[in-house]
Ligand binder design. Sequence first.
Ligand code: AMP
Length: 116
Amino acid sequence: MENCIFCKIVRGEIPSTKIYEDDNVLVFKDLHPVSPVHVLIIPKVHFDNLHMMSTSCEGLEALNAIFQALPEIVRLVGLEEKGFRLINNCGVSAGQSVMHTHFHLIGGRSLGTKIV
Ligand code: AMP
């Protein structure tokens, strides 16, 4: 997508701190971290949101690639033993501000028991 920030990151048109990359998945540090570890996991192919991904064959394949990569990503950010929270905001009312599906992988501190 021409004007999507995360597509621009995938294309290398705007900088990011990359943590992991393969043919289908890119992981980079969030600009405004909420915890010592806060990275964004995205499919390289543009999908507006998780609902759109999970309702198409191409999207489900991309989700599969993300979850296959997840153990390696978790290892790279050092959260294998400590644990982590994986968050997706789907749609504006859920707080999604960048309309390219992304999962927030956060951890490195006690996150408490409440989701919101
Ligand atoms: P969400 O509110 O779930 O859509 O999350 C969007 C996230 O993208 C926020 O946590 C932002 O800090 C992060 N973000 C926005 N632009 C960039 C960027 N250029 N590089 C890294 N993270 C970004």
